[in-house]
Ligand binder design. Sequence first.
Ligand code: FES
Length: 132
Amino acid sequence: MYKLSLNKDNSYKYIGLSTEIPIGKSKSISIKDAKSKKNIHIAIFNISGRFYAISDSCAHQGGPLSKGFLNSDIVTCPWHGWKYSVKNGKSAHEGGDSVNSYKVKVVKGKLYVNPFPSNIDKRVSKPHDDLQ
Ligand code: FES
């Protein structure tokens, strides 16, 4: 897992080489928010050579989505089976909870992620007590 520092600006952060994530695989990274001092966990996915990033923490109980099961662009949480699109973090079920998604770009084989969400999570169900 990479540990990066989050700057105040809205710039992309280098997270590794694109070859480190084969097609159909994923990887977890961690970025420290300089303001809140909390770590932001992001899952990066390679879908047919295109890269996508969503929160690595499932909206249900925080399961690691980077360790989930991929079917096309849908990842299934390994803990209890909630499903999300890796393209935008939205639930695979209409009206379901969603997670943050992030922009990714590849420049000369290097992967960069923008740690500021491009789509903000949407909670439909009440968070579990240990996640509040
Ligand atoms: S923690 Fe992901 S489905 Fe329960």
